[in-house]
Design a protein around this ligand. Sequence first.
Ligand code: C2E
Ligand code: CA
Ligand code: CA
Length: 824
Amino acid sequence: MRYTDGYFISLKVKAAFFVTLLIITSTSSLLFLSLNQLEQQFKTTQITKKERLVDDFTNLLEQSFSQLGLIAEQIAITRKNSKNEDQFKLILERLWEDLEYISDISSIHFYNNKQAKPINSYGETNNTSLNELAAKAIKSGHPENTILCHSFCNLVTAIPFMTDNDIQATVITKPLSDVIFALANLNQVSVALTSEQKQEGLNNRSLTEWRLNVLFTTDMNKTYAILNQVSERFSIDSLNKGAIEWHADDGNFLINMLPSTEKYESQHRLIILDNITKYQATIKDHKIQAFIIISISAFFFATLSFLLTRSPISKLQQLIIQYAEIAKHEFTNARKGIPFKRSFFPDELDILFKKTIDLVDELDVLNHDLSEKNHALHHQAMHDELTELGNRNSFINQIKSTISLSKKQHSLWALVFIDLDNFKVINDNFGHDTGDQVLKNIACRLVKCLHKTDVVSRLGGDEFTLILRNMNKPEDIIKVMDKLFNILQEPMTLADKEIKMSCSAGILLSSENITNYHDALKAADIAMYEAKKSGRNCYKLFNDRMYHNSQKSFMIQHEFTSSLENNEFYLHLQPQVIIATGKLIGFEALIRWKHHELGMVYPDHFIPILEESDKIVQLGRWVATNALAQLAELSVHEKGLRMAINISPRQLHDETFIPLLLQLCELHQLKTEQVEIELTEGILVDNIEFAKLWMDEVIGYGFHLAIDDFGTGYSSLSYLSNLPFHTVKLDRSFITPLTDSDSDRDLLEAIIYMVKKMKCEVVAEGIEESSQYNILAKMNCHIAQGYLIQRPVEIKDLHPLLVQYAKTQCWPTIAHLTNDKSNE
Ligand code: C2E
Ligand code: CA
Ligand code: CA
């Protein structure tokens, strides 16, 4: 069973391991202590044994000497009790054999004070040392004891005794080996008698390294062999300092040297070999037993702890598995799996299980709350509160999944971007509550109109998006959109008012080029914008041209400022002349943009784009400044000429524009009437009241006002009749088709007549043919402007023309036409 992600060691194993470790270390230390104790005990035993050996040896010597003393006394008594020397000799000869065999006496000697040699001897031992000892005893009158070594080492005692007429001495000898054997037997050791000097007549064996000679051993061959080996390995000093432990093939020995028995003799030392093989075997047995006991008890306790911890640990393991369940929010499973049983004697584990169950209960509740809140939050994050439609987030999710699905299934889908037309007006006029109701109503209509698989979202404000899925063919979109537009346009009654809404929509049809939601939304937005531009209340299908236009628009907006700073803008001037006489009235200033990379960009392209932002205001001020400067420059040729400048709707709201014009007039010493401002009908229609106020102000300063492009828009003279202006400029579309056809001419003639009636000048734009010029002349149109008279040119090209003009006061290119006319 897996209940952990990684490597682990069970507590059972750890407990068994630590118990084993504990048992081994504790028992080993105990064993070490006890062995140490044994060793210590052994050492003390050895020391006492050594002391005992010394004592025993001394005692044995004492005993032997006192035995010899007693024998001497008995002999002395026997001597006294004998009637004569012969009888004594007889008794002694009998007694000698007993002494030799029973008491181990090696020799008896009798001395008197007259002779240095013994007067009588039994046994073999005889040398000068005995004689000296006898003489010493006779002289002192006290017994003398000593050890003498000659052929063998002997205990020698000399006892003085009184006879009838002089002092005599009895000397008795006994082999030292007897005492040493007794010592060895008594203490169960082997003994070697050594001497620093080589002893004449003795069977010496030498220990060269120690400078010792072995005179006698209780076990001649073995002891000497061992000592010989030991002497080669250890120095005599180590033997003097303490015991040497020696492991021989046939056993282990402890070797000691006894201190010399100075009382009798100092040259001879006893070396003791104590066989400790048995003792060491005991120690070894002890160790083996201890090892067995330690192993058994370690095994026993390890097993015991393993078994004791098995059950609680397997419960813990079960609990660990349940934690995984808890992590997966499987609370019911976890609760079932926790090994909890109510117990009368609860322990820590029971408490742990109980607490875990409590925790699971709490987590369960928390989880429930959390998922509810999550759900609510998700709803909030994905829904538009007002319309209950999906919001931008939800839309993004949906379009993303639509795109990725269509990549796999190659399905056809469409994204529709809808923006209500003039929704601001509803808010401004009826209030925001009504605005909200309109949005709700629209949302309802959208949902009703579409399939369940389609997605309707509100991006914000009055912007909605639709994702139409599962379309069969691209043409289907047209049907859907037509149906949608019909439903949306149905009037709605809100707060007793009837409101009619329209909208503009951009459509993106799925294509392989669209790979992300961002591009999709942008494309639909561009198409919607195109719909707005082409008069609203319509839908447009996105195409590549729109994309390029929007790219261009972006580029133009982006490049404008730097181009203005880099003098990439300049002016063309186009003359206006009086048709009847060819006299120059003035010029129209037309803006030109030569971009350093893109080349020539035409005003019809960039003006509408700049008009979307305040950049047009900036450009308008630049045009005014430069156009009036150029007019001043041209005044050297002709005084009182006019400069017409075009302005865009936003410029009406530029409060600095009129003051700028006034300033420029003052600067260049121009009259305000020399400045003509051209306004299109569109400007006026958007906010007629404001436009009228503005026009009144401008006229008040004495500026000229012209209605430009007349005939392209509303073309209603009655509409214009309430407004103040000086000039009407007939759009080129009136002039181009100008033929001799009666209907065209009649309309134009009527317009010219009416304008004149309003006491305004009429300017005909776009005259390219002399026929057009002539017809207009016949119609008594005032002023002409067009390629026929002069293409718009830079000021430098105007200078020579003006020089020429000064001579005739008739614009050179139309001199022949005016002449024709005057000839008629
Ligand atoms: P617009 O005000 O109607 O200007 C007259 C346009 O007709 C000019 O085009 C001019 O070059 C052109 N034109 C003049 N005579 C003829 C002709 O005989 N035949 C033909 N086919 N065209 C002729 P342009 O310069 O391309 O200007 C286009 C429009 O850009 C202008 O129309 C005007 O609405 C706008 N515009 C030009 N300059 C400015 C400016 O400084 N400010 C503003 N706001 N708009 C300007
Ligand atoms: Ca114009
Ligand atoms: Ca025009």
